[in-house]
Design a protein around this ligand. Structure first.
Ligand SMILES: [Zn+2]
Ligand SMILES: [Zn+2]
Length: 200
């Protein structure tokens, strides 16, 4: 199972950064989770990372904010064959493809879904902005099994004790307390940005 960060507020040399998030998840199929805030930058980064847009079987949108949906229109011009799952597609945990599940839409005003990816080491939870509260996303995700890692935008998440038993903690994008998370969990913390690859 391989995750490639395609889009983030920060980027490796040779890639474009922008306010937003997107990552590619490779299991038996390739799934794109979120599309950043700019189609031009998304397509550029996909090319640089050698990810062919037409190789993507499904796009999952975490929530309806521009920094997650901004690249979708341009992307669909290059691949109109993929399934698109909007945050309102699911009201409860659902399988999207073998080994990849949606938590279903959580939250009040801002409906947001996160992904739960099955790996040999346990489940990896991937969030867009985590508006429903990372603690609530973690709680919901546990219905699908033991959590090995959490990755993505954690927004204003501050209940750091909820991360105690998690072995891989990779916050990016809108995470406000990234530094505190890093200081609290130095061994589990993983710095990620556009271009980062995580293989589990
Ligand atoms: Zn965001
Ligand atoms: Zn948002």
């Amino acid at each position: 199972m391989k995750i490639t960060i395609v889009y983030d507020n920060e980027a490796d040399a040779g890639l474009k950064s922008g306010w937003g998030f997107s990552c590619s998840i490779e299991t038996e199929e390739r799934i794109l989770f979120d599309t950043g805030d700019s189609g031009e930058k998304l397509i550029y980064n996909l090319k640089q990372l050698n990810i062919q847009p037409e190789s993507i079987a499904a796009v999952v949108i975490s929530h309806n904010h521009w920094d997650h949906t901004g690249g979708l229109k341009e992307f669909l011009k290059l691949n109109n064959n993929c399934e698109v799952f909007h945050p309102k597609s699911f009201s409860k945990p659902t399988e999207i493809s073998p080994a990849v599940y949606s938590t279903g839409a959580l939250g009040g005003l801002i409906k947001e879904q996160s992904l739960v990816v099955k790996t040999e080491k346990g489940n990896l939870v991937i969030t867009g902005c985590a508006h429903p509260g990372l603690e609530n996303i973690i709680k919901k995700s546990k219905e699908l099994g033991k959590i090995y890692g959490v990755l993505g935008g954690f927004h204003g998440f501050s209940q750091l004790e909820k991360l105690q038993k998690i072995e891989l903690i990779a916050p990016c994008h809108c995470t406000q307390y990234k530094q505190e998370i890093k200081e609290t969990y130095p061994a589990q913390f993983r710095e990620i940005k556009a271009g980062s690859i995580i293989e589990i």
